[in-house]
Write a protein that binds this ligand. Sequence first.
Ligand code: PLP
Length: 447
Amino acid sequence: MNNATPTTTYNEVHDQKVLEWARNLLDQCSSPRLMQLEVINAVERNAVYRGEECLNLLAPEAPTSPTVRKLLSAEVGTRAAEGHIGPTARWFAGTKYIDEIESLCVELLKKVFRCNYADHRLVASMIGNMTVYAALTKPGDNIMTISQPLGGHSSNRIDGPAGIRGLNIYDIPMDPVDLVVDLDKFAAEARKIKPVLVTLGASMTLFPFPIKEMASIVKEWDGKIFFDGAHQLGLIGGGQFQDPLREGACIVTGSAGKTFSGPQSGIIIWDDPSLTKPVTDVIFPALAATHQVNRVAALAASAAEFLAYGEEYMAQIVKNAQALGKELHDRGIKVLGAHKGFTTTHQVILDVKSFGGGLEVAHLLAEANIITNKNLIPSDRPEDWDYPSGLRIGTIEITRLGMKESDMATIADFIVNILNGRENTENVRKKVIEMRKSFNKIHYCFD
Ligand SMILES: *Cc1c(COP(=O)(O)O)cnc(C)c1O
């Protein structure tokens, strides 16, 4: 090859060994065509492994329907369509059918979330959160958000959009056992800090938030509640969680690819007409330009699925999570929120400190094709990020594959037998692959 890759390692953030693997592989390819083939092969390996042979229990993942997946590679994904919907508000001509696709998407989202306004152009929920901070705060403002060990997400902390906006970020006091906001402490602290914005919603999220009570407190100084529903978005749409807009939040963001089970991207919804201009001024032209119309089409299609199946699908996700929490608890595992019925969402949170911590357990379970993630829990410090005590489990994908409460006992056995050393991971891996053979079809869709 004449364009040999450099051998020096710079200040690379990625794992050096993995990048070196890729360099070596590309160096062995005799043509760019073969390099492309290596990419396709890696995608195919993942499709077999994660798509057919794993129990994917990652809380932020959901399988999309075949129709939604097909739309993601539609011709329209090669078209440019910056701006707002309609012939005068676009930069480019030739967008009449794109206007149709996008307006169908917006109106479908309004139906699903029973709201006055929705935007379809956010390529990620991170961008949605940046939109909210840019539209509703100015640098130097005080805000209150949830710290990471209590479930908060980096997007609302110093290292994410909230930090980039230059906000002063204070912690929302949480009860570490009940895993809800400590309302008395919040009232006292908020009255001192007077945050312009209080961000609720979390990545580790088991129980509802006292939005109504908090909204009436921050109203004393005209503060607002923003609900980051990245995880709960589908549960909200399907009527299986609290309804933040109805309870006093002025704006809600969420990930389309978590419980909502659409294409990975962001959604933002609001009811107050006075927010429309500040919010959409930030979306375009600040944070979205060509916003992937293939993804918008897929989002619209998944919203239609949601209207038909959302309620039933989301209810089963929660039932499965509660059943899995109970089965694990009954087998002696420390499950957070056990005294409160384990969970009211798609998540189950385990304290696995006595088994070596979240990182070790997640990698051990992955040897058996059971995919989870390490998670900070209230007993951890923020700096325990790499080696936290918790493990987060989600029931979205297994539910969409058709599993019910009775299947949760089987999964709990797999997990607990590995943790207790009663069964080796290779044995369980074979059983997992066998189990997946009877759960390989996407439910709650028209396909
Ligand atoms: C996942 C998550 C996000 C980011 O969402 P993306 O769609 O991945 O950009 C934001 N906030 C919370 C609370 C999350 O859990």
